[in-house]
Design a binder for this molecule. Sequence first.
Ligand code: FAD
Length: 508
Amino acid sequence: MAGLTKEKMNAVTEAYAGSLFVRAILENQLDIGKAEKLRIDEIEDLTDKLMMIETEKYEILLYILSKGTASISQLKDALGLSEFTIMKHILTLENEGWLELRDKDNLVYGIRTLITEIDGALELELISPWNLRTVYDPINIVVESNLCCLCGACEAICPVKAITISDDRPHIDEEKCIHCGLCNYHCPRTLMPLNILKTFVNGPQSSYFQDLKEQPFGPYRILKSASTQSEKIKEVCQDGGMVTTFLQYLFDKNEIDGAIVVKRQPNSWNTMPVIVTNVDELLEASGTKYAVSPTFLAFDKAREAGCKKLAFVGTPCQVQAIRKYQVYSNIYENIWGTIEYVIGIFCMETFAYENVIKISEEFCNTPIANVSKMDINKGKFFVYDLNKNAVEVPIKEVTSLARHACHYCVDLTNELADISCGSIGSGPGWSTVVVRSEKGEKLYNSALNENYFQVKDIPVDKPFGVPLIEKLANGKRTRNFKGLLKILDKAPPYYFNSLNQIFKVEEK
Ligand SMILES: Cc1cc2nc3c(=O)[nH]c(=O)nc-3n(C[C@H](O)[C@H](O)[C@H](O)COP(=O)(O)OP(=O)(O)OC[C@H]3O[C@@H](n4cnc5c(N)ncnc54)[C@H](O)[C@@H]3O)c2cc1C
């Protein structure tokens, strides 16, 4: 790119600026104000944060444009940004079609844009079938290609309340949409740079491109079977009650003033994301509901409740959205920025509520009103009636009723949580606990020292324990990644591309 003239560079940056979500936010301040979602100071903060993100990205792009290619260490020296910051923006710029990796060993990136002069006018051509416009389109395309995991992040993030979740999908009100692209930018089914997010959670990784297969269920510091010591929690929990136990400890020590969890709707097994502010309310949310939960919708309730220090409980897709937000934007700081702890639950799949009813009533002959517990274990879906009698159906008979999006998810064990809890690998009444972050480690050790729970080792010999977790985690990842390959012609490529960099499988 030597010899790039100032005009050419200006043309590039102007085209780039035209796509910025900052512009949409600035041009639509009136609509954002009218929507009454954000206060004036929050709109200002939103604008400032987006400006900062775009300025950093813009500086990186300009530097590489001026040199033709640049390594991460050159960018670090020239721009004074951390390697992590540069890397995260580089992946976005690559996703947008601007950059490409030229030398993986030395992390050298080059421009992927053709600049040509046609009849005296400068034309920009991104060498990508998808262009900047679609990168920042509203998330309709994610929904239409069945990738939407219904976490609710898009509705929660939309500054003009143009997105509403109903009937198992987000709906976009075109009249209200200002095309800022924030829903797309935060969606866990667009760009999903797992290794960057893992570095944020677990500390430096050996490589930004480390193959996911090298860590079958993600990096961790501690792996144990654990069971709560609280009789109250034992009565209501799903497995070892560890999710509720960690949250109880955090409430007891005033480490949090609220937790975003999922309750059952009254007289139903449908989900209701809520904010709980004490242990009694927390106990009401224990236990697994297999219906999907747009958990992000509870953030507004947390804000109304005035919470300043939150814990968030979620499935892997929901936790991916949280981490993407924390690394890539940090907007709405007094709403989402208050998350102190992320407790993840393992998840193979979730179901639309109508299919939960179907499993209970058609497959297990139990009216949904008479269900006391549901559980997936050892390849079977169990439905317990009010007398605790179980009726079971092999999971393979009901897998087709799971949400489509779950068949494209590559994370079983919640690899981005501070602490993840599941049942695979541990016996009845015990949870498998995977401690991943430094913060999670402190929480685990302090609660253990104070006798909140008991622990034992997870067997390491086949076919149980650790090998089983590895087998199922790898199985989900491989199966679902192959599934993604099959829908590539319909789906936006961002999610696939970012995973493909770190998880390649042969298509058979
Ligand atoms: C849809 C779904 C599928 C799952 N699939 C598997 C699996 O394949 N393998 C496995 O080992 N474990 C799976 N789990 C996790 C398992 O069922 C337990 O949640 C986990 O072992 C924690 O048990 P616990 O006793 O520590 O939790 P508890 O102390 O009982 O707390 C459970 C927590 O889960 C939250 N929760 C309940 N339902 C939902 C929901 N729909 N969405 C988000 N949060 C919710 C509640 O807010 C509560 O805080 C799944 C969970 C869900 C929700």
